[in-house]
Design a protein around this ligand. Sequence first.
Ligand code: 2M8
Length: 452
Amino acid sequence: MREGTRPLDPPVPAGTADLTLRRGAARVLIRNWAGASTVPSRTLYPHQWSWDSAFVAIGLRHLSPRRAQRELETLLGAQWEDGRVPHIVFNPAVPLGAYFPSPDFWRSSQAGAAAGAPAAPETSGIVQPPVHALAAWLVHEADPAESVRRGFLARLYPRLAAWHRYLTTARDLGGAGLAAVVHPWEPGMDNSPCWDGPLSRITPADPASFRRADLDHGDADDRPTDVDYGRYVRLAADYRDRGYADSDHAFAVEDPCVNALLIVSEHALARIAAETGADPLVHERRAGQLTDALVGRLWDADAGLFLCRDLVGGGLVRERSVAGLVPLIVPGLPEDIVRTLLGTLDGPHFRAADTGLVASYALSGRAFDRTRYWRGPAWFNTAWLIGRGLRLHGADDRAERLRTAFLAAAGTSGFAEYVDPVTGEGRGTRDFAWTAALTLDLLATPHLETAR
Ligand code: 2M8
């Protein structure tokens, strides 16, 4: 081509759209970095959240393995002596009114003293799903030499092992080996219809006793109702007033997503143990026991997915939630269960082939709501988890379909917190950290990664 005759619109090189998306996702993570960890959102969630940080680390490892390590180290640095990893680690530089419940509500350093809460930083006293060992392993794999040089896994292993021990002992409230959650915020799916029954027994806290900060930034139609918020506050205040002791819980549920993540993380812990010279077998054995308990306690063949078990009211909660599909990520599930789960994903209740991402609650369900938070909207973290499960079980076409839908929705929505599963429209806050982080992960590890 002669000089001066270059076409005005040269063909777009393959991958340009991916590059733009990657750049946008990286920008979100850079902007949300708060010095030692990442905030889920600069406006709605201005502190460090537990399972958010695990997902963030999984994405950050593609930008900076060092920063991804730091993310997890900061979180686990706030671990309590009883092993619990708090669901929020508060940034003391953020004004108290920016988020509720704030540190002066949880009062961890005082109310949590008997349970071994640190003197600083202030934290919440409840937990979130244990994605951390999986994240730690994936972060290690991103740059094993740097990880070994910094002793990353060797330093994290005892903390991760204590975290899992807390869940499998203090939180084995049903006595069958599964970990129970004691607040609707613990499974991360705050206002899922699965909690309607168990929560209905809880008397809401006086609305005059607290002020919601979430409505300053979020649309009231998207967020939980005031009555539910009053119940969340009551449960958290009662737990605090009992010194965060794990007895006499008025809300106790075995959740399939939490336990599936515990199993996957227990497998990851086995790898971490082997890598650091500890015994991997105890973790493999526990993963096997948890898998048996998950299937024995929470599988429901008629519903076509796993259900929650209400330990206070008794019995399974007959609601179809995405939490019941996430166990697809568990290795070694019986074949018939995998087949049924795949059928449910694409069947009339979730219609994943039409929705792109997976709705958080069945479209056919009595409480389905396209816009309200965890009562219908489709989330990026659950899509990422289910995508791994699909690859694990060899359903590569469906995994690829989900990945394509994920990346398209992340880009068009501006890295939204979640999307309307009917229209695909972005909802909630934007520049949401785990949406950006998992976008980076799917861009970096596309077609051939085996989900282990
Ligand atoms: C949401 O939960 C917080 C309480 O923990 C809230 O609504 O204020 C949930 O989506 C949860 O899964 C998530 O970890 C958190 C921060 O992104 O926000």
